[in-house]
Design a protein around this ligand. Structure first.
Ligand SMILES: [Zn+2]
Length: 413
């Protein structure tokens, strides 16, 4: 009897230890369309607040770096794709909602996840089908013949079930449908990585601008987030899974009326991120960008993309250890020197600097990266002698032990 009790206890301890050590990492990101940070902060949003309370909330920027080579429009589809790919429009090549020629050489998070761990279960719940068929490029050879394990979308094309009305009530109904199914599916199946996209807030923003109607729409979206959060909480408590939740938006709104977006005003460029992640680092709340979400989710899922992908990522993880961020470079007039600057976020490691005069990655090829001497004694800056590599274009990577950042520089004429 005693032995059996002890062995039963042992088994229980082993199970608990196993769950503790091997708690399954899961992640979900939710994009609520077109909610300016000021509006979100003004309106009562208990579900988003609860997520942020477990981790954090910050404003962030979208649209690339203003006036730089990677400046990107504050438009929906480019905004989603910044989140999906961790790079700006100059790389993923989505400039508007027509998504004419996305550059699939810059892999999205789902493709990277499936490639790294083919057993991962991936899901999308979306009020806009183009997110799956065009941005992700599901089933397209050029996009890696990627396939979701579960997709719930396309209802905006079903005018029988969701007759279109001028007030866009049907979009709200689809958001309801999508968020309810996301909650059900997560509760029952817990996909490893999911994207939920809800649209109604942007439609109301376009129609009414800054208004009580818009604020009401934000509250309705928050309730939809709450539904999904409840499902995640059930998984966490009943199954001991380790979930990272990110809620964000794709762009802000124009400063005059709030009806439009697409430009480069602060208000249009300002987005926000709420997450339950507990291991936030110095990047969160300091220069945080929409492109940071993708590498942060990958980090939570313990996925390390291939080095050539990492070298291209414009985002920096806002969880876990990082050392460097915000690379920028200028080329001297004679073309012999590059002045390179970056932010030193943590630690005093001396990062490695790599240089390429080609951009073959953009067309699916390989670049010839040269390791350059970083002799600078000043943390966060160095001068690179490029006289041996004459070129009108340079890609530069600053690689620390914990993360890599990159920038580009073009010769003036
Ligand atoms: Zn949008």
């Amino acid at each position: 009897m005693a032995m059996s009790k002890i062995s039963k206890l042992l088994v229980l301890i082993l199970i608990a230890a196993h769950e503790f050590i091997y708690a399954q990492q899961k992640a979900i990101f939710i994009i609520l369309d077109g909610i300016s940070a000021d509006a979100l902060e003004k309106v009562e949003t208990p579900a988003i607040d609860a997520i942020a309370k477990a981790g954090g909330y910050t404003r962030a920027y979208t649209g690339g770096i203003r006036d730089a080579y990677n400046q990107s429009p504050t438009i929906s589809a480019p905004g989603y794709n910044h989140v999906l790919t961790g790079v700006w429009s100059n790389k993923h090549n989505v400039w508007d909602n027509s998504i004419k020629e996305p550059n699939y050489h810059y892999w999205n998070i789902f493709r990277i996840a499936k490639h790294a761990k083919p057993d991962m279960k991936l899901a999308i719940f979306s009020t806009w089908q183009d997110n799956r068929t065009k941005l992700i490029g599901e089933g397209l050879e050029a996009a890696g013949n990627f396939k979701f394990d579960y997709a719930f979308d396309g209802f905006e094309l079903d005018e029988n079930q969701f007759p279109h009305d001028a007030d866009k009530q049907y979009i709200f109904d689809i958001d309801e449908n999508v968020s309810k199914e996301a909650a059900r599916y997560i509760r029952e199946h817990a996909p490893d990585l999911s994207w939920v996209y809800l649209e109604y807030t942007d439609d109301i923003g376009h129609r009414y601008g800054d208004s009580p109607e818009y604020e009401k729409a934000i509250q309705l979206a928050d309730a939809q987030v709450g539904r999904i959060r409840d499902a995640v909480q059930i998984r966490q408590t009943q199954f001991g899974e380790d979930w990272m939740v990110v809620v964000t938006t794709d762009h802000g709104r124009d400063p005059q009326t709030g009806k439009g977006h697409g430009g480069q005003s602060d208000r249009e460029r300002t987005v926000w991120i709420a997450t339950n992640a507990k291991n936030l680092n110095g990047r969160f709340g300091q220069g945080t960008a929409a492109v940071d979400i993708m590498p942060s989710l990958l980090r939570h899922l313990k996925i390390n993309p291939a080095e050539e992908i990492v070298r291209e990522l414009d985002g920096v993880p806002f969880n876990g250890a990082i050392a460097v961020a915000n690379a920028s470079a200028t080329l001297s007039d004679d073309g012999n020197k590059i002045e390179l600057n970056w932010s030193v976020l943590e630690g005093n490691s001396k990062p490695e600097v790599f240089l390429s005069t080609t951009n073959n990655f953009k067309t699916g090829g390989k670049d010839n990266w040269q390791r350059m001497k970083n002799q600078s004694a000043t943390p966060g800056r160095c001068t690179i002698d490029v006289s041996k590599y004459p070129s009108s274009f340079y890609k530069i990577v600053v690689k620390s032990r914990n993360n890599s950042i990159n920038t580009q520089v073009l010769k003036n004429n």
